[in-house]
Design a binder for this molecule. Structure first.
Ligand SMILES: [Zn+2]
Length: 52
């Protein structure tokens, strides 16, 4: 196992953990394009606009 393999595995694990957090409503779902969250949690919060 070389360093690149470890790095790729780390990215995969982080991605999985993030989707689990989103599923658990810990982190609000964010746009894959601009990175801004899709759902407004508080009034006046910035949300994704590229979906419109
Ligand atoms: Zn967006």
């Amino acid at each position: 196992m070389n360093r690149t393999t470890v790095l790729v595995e780390l990215i995969v694990v982080l991605t999985l953990m993030r989707s689990l957090l989103v599923a658990g409503r810990v982190v609000p779902p964010s746009c894959a394009r601009c990175g801004v969250q899709l759902e407004r949690r508080a009034l006046g919060e910035p949300v994704c606009r590229c979906g419109f």
